[in-house]
Design a protein around this ligand. Structure first.
Ligand code: KG4
Ligand code: ZN
Length: 361
């Protein structure tokens, strides 16, 4: 039985959580607390790293106290302190790492640095309907779009990934063009609900490339060109287009991104012969993506697993969970060396247990 405190501070959300791993290996989320800095960064249209770091400093201890109070635990109950070691913003990561290592040293408890993407990847194991290995994973966050074969904890094989913008970035940049506030992905999804997805013909990049790679940079440019065309036709700025036109643009953009994600996921399932799909990362909260994946997978007899909706975007629970699963799988031990370092750039293959992460393409 092990209780792990998880601290996430890689970008613009401070997350703290307490996860208990029972003897049967069943995880229990005792409590989690999150503070989103989105409102603070909105004025600048994107994340300001220095402001992000300073805000993490303000939030991390009150959130830790909140999680302990909500779970009726105190620091003495914590067995391991886990933190996001990377990838992410260097200053922001240093806050979580510094606090985690200071807590560990003060309590005499070991610490463990977690890969942020592994946190996302393993977050569905906290859901009521956890997946079983092996599975295909579609990891769609703000900075990454990857299809992987996952055979166990730390056993990840990249099947394909974005060669330029991530899917979340395509959502965010398109949203910004349409006048929606940062980060925009969820707002674009919301706006798209009242629009016609067939209103504008936008490219489906690399759909027929024959591999499992993605590219969303060209789509973003196509959205810009199409919205400028609409604005010119109506004699106004893009932001001042009628709501119905903006909704049509949003729906057309969303459907282009979703179609590529769904078709490539199905191709990955076919390639691997697996019949389980796990979707993780912020874009995994998108309703249209979920609807289309559920429909397509139901007709193929494929089970789809998602994290709980509130655990799709960044949070401390996924960090505690990934640490607990790595410890349980015996592929990493927590350390009493508190001289931490962070890894703003950190490829996922660096943490693979087998060291055999291959790209078959
Ligand atoms: O995984 P995440 O929280 O952070 C990173 O590790 O990057 O993902 C954030 C991304 C942002 O691009 C955000 O716009 C997008 O996920 N996102 C969505 C939705 N909710 C969050 N994109 C589309 N539809 C949503 N409902
Ligand atoms: Zn993330």
């Amino acid at each position: 039985m092990q209780t792990v405190l998880g601290i996430e501070s890689s970008c613009d959300e401070t997350g703290v959580a307490l996860v208990r791993f029972g003897n049967q290996g069943v995880p229990e989320l005792l409590a989690h607390a999150l503070y989103s800095q989105i409102e603070m960064h909105q004025a600048y249209g994107g994340v300001v790293p220095e402001l992000a770091s300073r805000d993490h400093i303000r939030r991390v201890l009150p959130l830790t106290e909140q999680v302990l109070a909500e779970s009726s635990r105190d620091l003495a109950d914590v067995d391991v302190v886990a933190f996001t070691r990377g990838p992410g913003l260097a200053g922001a990561l240093l806050v979580g790492a510094g606090v985690a290592c200071a807590l560990g040293a003060a309590l005499g408890k070991p610490v463990l640095g977690v890969h942020h993407l592994e946190g996302h990847l393993l977050s569905p194991f906290l859901s009521a309907d956890p997946p079983q290995f092996p599975f295909v994973a579609l990891l769609v966050s703000g900075g990454h779009t990857q299809l992987m074969r996952v055979d166990g904890v730390g056993r990840y094989q990249i099947l394909g990934e974005s060669i330029d913008d991530a899917a979340g970035e395509a959502f965010d940049k398109s949203a910004k063009m349409l006048g929606l506030p940062y980060p925009g992905g969820a707002a674009l999804g919301q706006l798209a609900q009242s629009g016609d997805p067939a209103a504008y013909k936008l490219p489906r990049p690399l759909l027929h490339s024959g591999d499992l790679d993605f590219s969303f940079a060209g789509l973003k440019t196509a959205v810009l060109v199409q919205s400028k065309k609409c604005a010119a036709a109506q004699g106004c700025a893009v932001h001042d287009l009628p709501q119905a036109t903006l909704a049509d643009l949003a729906a057309s953009t969303q459907t282009a991104i979703v179609e590529v994600l769904v078709k490539k996921s199905l191709a990955a399932l076919k390639l691997t012969g697996l019949n389980r799909l796990v979707v993780a990362g912020g874009v995994g909260a998108n309703r249209e993506l979920r609807r289309q994946l559920n429909d397509a997978c139901a007709s193929l007899g494929v089970r789809v697993h998602y994290p709980e909706l509130h655990l799709c975007t960044d949070n401390g629970a996924m960090i505690a969970m990934a640490a607990a699963m790595r410890l349980q799988a015996g592929i990493q031990s927590a350390s009493a060396d508190y001289s931490f370092e962070v890894k703003p750039r950190w490829p996922l293959d660096a943490i693979c247990a087998s060291g055999t992460m291959l790209n078959p393409g």
